[in-house]
Design a protein around this ligand. Structure first.
Ligand code: NDP
Length: 295
């Protein structure tokens, strides 16, 4: 019987995950079909309950439900617990296990960007949503000593910092108000800048002016596109990376969790590129161009 794997989100129509995961199943001869389930918040509990039946191998969860499903699963991995967000569900019989593969996905992207240099210790993170939680958790685990979070709504940044207060007790993790002069002052001390906002996703906008970037800063944008931020950072002489590596590797980690097999990265990457060239634009976590992030 063909097993079912579903992406539960709202909206999901433009997701790149379907192409990437189906290519991986097909390449390795896994008899599974990846389906996109667009479910508004009120229908998520019902969708999660349906996963308990035998037909399902597991699921991905995306915006705006990553935090909502946390209490709906039976068990959480350390990463899902620490971030308070689930993007992948596996099964143990009828029991559901919640994982967060954005964390290992981000780590691969960060490692590639840092390359052979020593892992930096100071970072600036823009954003405080689900993606930013995976970022901050990873930076804490990597041994960063100072991480400053800027978010449009300061209270959300502060809530995220509070969420990590225990694991970040040994270091300086702070939320600061979004003022260009404060961001510039913090960037002058930082080695890494992560954009975990959705600014640049649907319009050619940058969260910060390129002039405040100096060439020694490594810039990682979670958005899977050559955003204005990345273009301006390149112009300023910075090493940069977009969200493609994170997207690919969070998907690869999910694939391995469902199937127990190493993910065929080359095939998944090719499927991602083909889907994007074919007009699909969304990375996981995308609020969607037409609908608000929080329904
Ligand atoms: P959320 O909706 O949880 O968070 C969105 C963030 O963007 C918030 O910090 C929000 O600030 C900020 N934001 C949105 N619009 C504006 C604006 N106009 N001005 C200032 N700030 C704004 O989304 P996610 O965290 O899930 O995703 C964020 C980005 O990361 C998306 O672009 C997504 O594609 C990407 N992503 C990529 C992944 C990958 O695998 N490459 C994985 C996960 C995410 P506020 O709180 O003030 O509203």
């Amino acid at each position: 019987m063909t097993k079912r794997v579903v992406l539960i989100g709202h909206p999901v129509a433009h997701s790149l995950s379907g192409a990437m995961q189906q290519a991986a199943f097909d390449h390795l001869g896994v008899d599974a079909a990846y389906e996109l389930w667009d479910r508004p918040p009120a229908s998520v509990a019902e969708a999660i309950a349906e996963l308990r039946t035998e037909a399902f191998l597991g699921a991905n969860v995306t915006i705006p439900h990553k935090e909502r499903v946390v209490p709906m699963v039976d068990k959480l991995t350390e990463e899902a617990h620490a971030t308070g967000a689930v993007n992948t569900i596996t099964k143990e019989g009828r029991k559901l296990v919640g994982h967060n593969t954005d964390v290992p996905g981000f780590k691969v992207a960060l490692d590639k960007l840092v390359g052979r240099q020593k892992m930096p210790r100071h970072a600036v993170v823009l954003g405080a949503g689900g993606g930013a939680r995976a970022v901050v958790h990873s930076l804490i685990r990597e041994g960063f000593q100072r991480v400053i979070v800027f978010n449009r709504h300061l209270h959300r940044g502060e809530a995220m910092v509070k969420h990590f207060s225990r694991s970040a007790a040994h270091m300086d993790l702070r939320a600061m108000p979004w003022h260009e002069s404060i961001i510039e002052a913090e960037l002058s001390k930082a080695k890494v800048l992560i954009n975990a906002t959705s600014i640049g996703l649907t319009a050619d906008e940058s969260p910060i002016p390129g002039e405040i970037l100096t060439p020694d800063i490594l810039v990682l944008d979670l958005i899977y596109a050559r955003t204005r931020l990345l273009r301006e950072a390149e112009k300023a002489g910075c090493a940069t990376s977009d969200g493609g590596i994170m997207l690919l590797n969070q998907g690869a980690a999910a694939f391995t969790l469902w199937t127990g097999q190493p993910a065929p990265l080359d095939e998944m990457q090719a499927a991602l590129e083909a889907a994007r060239a074919g007009g699909l634009t969304s990375a996981e976590g995308e609020p969607g161009a037409a609908e608000p992030a929080e329904a």
